[in-house]
Structure formats: C-alpha cells, structure tokens
Design a protein around this ligand. Structure first.
Ligand code: GDD
Ligand code: MN
Length: 392
C-alpha cells in the first residue's frame, strides 16, 4: 500500500505575531480534518521576527507534532524564505505537495482542501485566482491599490506569456496562493539562480513551473484584508516584479529564438533592398521598360533574400531542428519559398492595395508596416515553427 501523501503548508512570516497562533490553531483544528487522504504539515519560515513570531511557533510545537519551524538570523525576503521553505519541505519532511500560504489570513484556509483535490485530480500546479468566478479582491481595497494590482497582473501576464496558451489560461499571475507538485516539478526546479528574492519570486516560480510543463488548474481565491500586522510590500515591489518578468522573458529560449529570427528577417529585408538596386542597375541596358525591369529585379532580389532567410534560420535560429542536405531539405525549402511569397509578397501587397484604396495613398507606409508586422512576421514565425522546423 502507498503511504499517505504529504502536503506541507509553507508559511513565511515576518512580524506576524498578531495572527500566527490563530492561523496554526485554525489549520490543525478546522482545515486539516477536511483534507481526507493527505498528511498535512505546517512549516513556518521565520527570519527572527523582531515581534517574536517564532517564539509563538516554538511554544505551539509542543502541542502540534506536525508543526515545523525554519528559523534564520537574517531577513531573507519572501522569495528567499520560500526557497528555504521548499527545500526544507522536500528534504526534511519529504513533501509530495508544497502549498504557499500567507500567515495573515488574507488567504482563506478553506481553499487548502480545494487545492489538494486539484492535485489529486492530476494537476501539478493549482493556483488561487482572484480573477475567476468565485474569486475576489478585498472589499477594503481603494481604487489605487486595485488599479495597481490589475495593471501589474496584466503586464506580468503579457510579458511572461503572450502569445502562448498560458497567457489565456493564467488569469492571476501575481497570486500568492499555490499548491505545487514536488515530484518532477519542485524537485527539478532551479532555485539557486533567482532574479528576485522579494515578491518577484512568485512570478519566477510560476514561470519555471510552466516551463516544466506543469498541468495547471485555477481555483477561486477570495483575497481578504489583513487581520493583524502590516503588509511587507514596499514601494519598490512593483519595480521588482516588472524587472523579474522582463528578465525572465528576455532569457526565455523562445524569445532568444525570436530575436534571431527577427535579426535574420531584417537582414533579408536589407538584401532585398540592396539587391533591387543592384539588379535594376545591371539590367538597365538589357530591359527597356522600367516597370518590367524593376519587377524582375525585385523578384530576383526577393529570391536571394528568401534563400538567405532559409539558410541562416536553418543554421542559427533552428539549429536544434536543423535540416541537412537531402530530399527533405529540398521539399522543406520549396514549401518555405512558396509560403514566403504568400506571406512576404502577396498578402502585404493586398493589405497595401486595399488599405490605400479605402483610406488614400498617404497611408501607403502605414499599411506596409501593418502588413509586415501583423501579417508577415507572425505568419512566418508560425510557419517556421510549426511547418518548416517542427520540433521532433
Ligand atoms: N520570512 C519572511 N521573510 N517572511 C516574509 C518576508 C520576509 O522577508 N516578507 C514577507 N513575508 C511574509 C509575511 O509575513 C506574510 O506572511 C507573507 O510573507 C505575505 O506577505 P504580505 O506582506 O502579507 O504580502 P501581501 O499580502 O501584501 O502580498 C500579496 O501579494 C503578493 C504579490 O502579489 C500576497 O498575496 C502575497 O502572497 C503575494 O505574493
Ligand atoms: Mn498579506
């Protein structure tokens, strides 16, 4: 028979003496009896709070055998505290699931059984969301706090995930209430190199779990007002969160690929422009008609830039999916060539034609931009990834 899975509720605390006793009592007496099939334990991660939070915990340890304390002399920041907590939960307590939980009753304990149910259903990462049906922000939050929370959430969501499916799926990226599966996820997560040891770590763990392919479920979170004490969020917290999501996205393998793709595309455009001039000059005495001459010159230049795009993307952007010389490469190059003509010439030409027809010739450049950035670039990116250099 398998042993009962262990769920460790990790509570970081810094000056939470006003609520920690009530919280611990509540978890052990009211919440844990409602989590059938789970061995629930509590780990408080305290940084020697000046108000003596840890002393309250130490005295409660006599009553609760499954109450643990990780105490450090130095203030670690909420992220630093969670790294310590996750490690302790895995190594000392052999956790199967780790739950991130605030010590101030802003996260309702009654959501814990709901999250564990999600894990039992087979999800790897269950997130409390204020943004789905049944979730809510504190009634007491003024316009300003609400506004910053909304904007912060939207920016984080966009910067971290647009346009992947997680962008649509994760409605509350800055949420603090989460249950994570350990095996295959927390135990393989790199917690040594974090961009933030403050509140930004929330986004970092979120990003890492999605990168590991965690199956995600959102459950409603009713985020309450604090019962006692003060928030540790500082004015620089917003900056810390933006910095973290920006760095995560910048160093994302997909972003790096996209930057290479963009560089090669830009280079291709330069080849097209220079080639057009060169061929137009070379053909000057061969073809009399300006129109036919320029059209032919552009067709030749465009073909060279298509060949350049294919070659450099094959060698650099998609080097892990590189096509080697042979029948398959010729087939893929043919597809690439045809799709480049459609996405890079026919479609933007139609946009420019239709746009200037309706709005006037003065908008020619605007429609070129629209055609290139909203049609050619996304379409090429899609075709390259999904058709030409499809991952094995
Ligand atoms: N050990 C330790 N060290 N604990 C800390 C530290 C620290 O440096 N900083 C904060 N904490 C603890 C607090 O004592 C509290 O139990 C918990 O972390 C959450 O901190 P709050 O100060 O209550 O944060 P909040 O409620 O304003 O922040 C909300 O938004 C964050 C970002 O979106 C919460 O939902 C957080 O969970 C969320 O990460
Ligand atoms: Mn709080």
């Amino acid at each position: 028979m398998n042993k009962t899975p262990v769920a460790v509720i990790v509570i970081p605390t810094y000056n939470e003496a006003g609520s920690i006793k009530k919280m611990i009592d509540h978890l052990f007496t009211n919440t844990f009896p409602k989590t059938k099939g789970w061995d629930c334990q509590v780990l408080v991660v305290d940084d020697t709070s000046p108000d003596g939070t840890y002393k309250v915990v130490q005295s409660l340890q006599k009553r609760y055998k499954k109450l643990f304390l990780s105490l450090s002399a130095k203030k670690a920041g909420i992220g630093g505290a969670y790294v310590r907590g996750f490690r302790y939960a895995m190594n000392e307590l052999h956790a199967d699931v780790v739950i991130e939980f605030d010590g101030d009753f802003q996260h309702p304990p009654k959501t814990i059984p709901v999250m564990l149910e999600g894990i039992s259903e087979g999800y790897d990462y269950v997130l409390g969301s204020r943004k789905i049906k049944g979730g809510s922000n504190p009634k007491g939050w003024g316009f300003k706090r609400l506004f910053f929370s909304e904007i912060g959430g939207m920016v984080a969501r966009f910067v971290l995930f647009f346009p992947t499916k997680n962008f649509f799926k994760i409605t509350d990226p800055t949420t603090g209430l989460k249950a994570s599966r350990v095996k295959g996820f927390v135990d393989t997560m790199d917690m040594d190199h974090l961009y933030s040891h403050s509140f930004g770590y929330k986004l970092e763990f979120l990003y890492k779990m999605t990168a590991l392919g965690a199956k995600i479920k959102e459950v409603p979170l009713q985020f309450f007002v604090r019962e006692a004490g003060e928030s540790k969020i500082e004015p620089q917290t917003a900056k810390d969160i933006f910095r973290t999501v920006f760095l995560l996205r910048l160093n994302d393998p997909m972003t790096k690929k996209f930057i290479k793709f963009g560089t090669i595309g830009l280079f291709g455009f330069v080849i097209n422009k220079v080639g057009l001039d060169v061929f137009a000059t070379l053909l000057k005495n061969v073809i009399g008609s300006v129109g036919i001459r320029n059209a032919l010159a552009n067709a030749m230049a465009a073909e060279i830039s298509i060949i350049s795009n294919f070659t450099f993307n094959n060698l650099w952007t998609f080097k892990n999916e590189k096509l080697v010389w042979g029948a398959k490469l010729i087939k893929k190059f043919t597809t690439f060539n045809l799709s480049s003509v459609v996405s890079g010439i026919i479609l933007p030409s139609l946009v420019i034609g239709a746009g200037t027809h309706v709005f006037g010739d003065q908008y020619r450049f605007l429609f070129l931009i629209i055609g290139v950035f909203f049609i050619t670039v996304p379409l090429n990116w899609f075709i390259y990834n999904v058709v030409i250099w499809k991952k094995k």
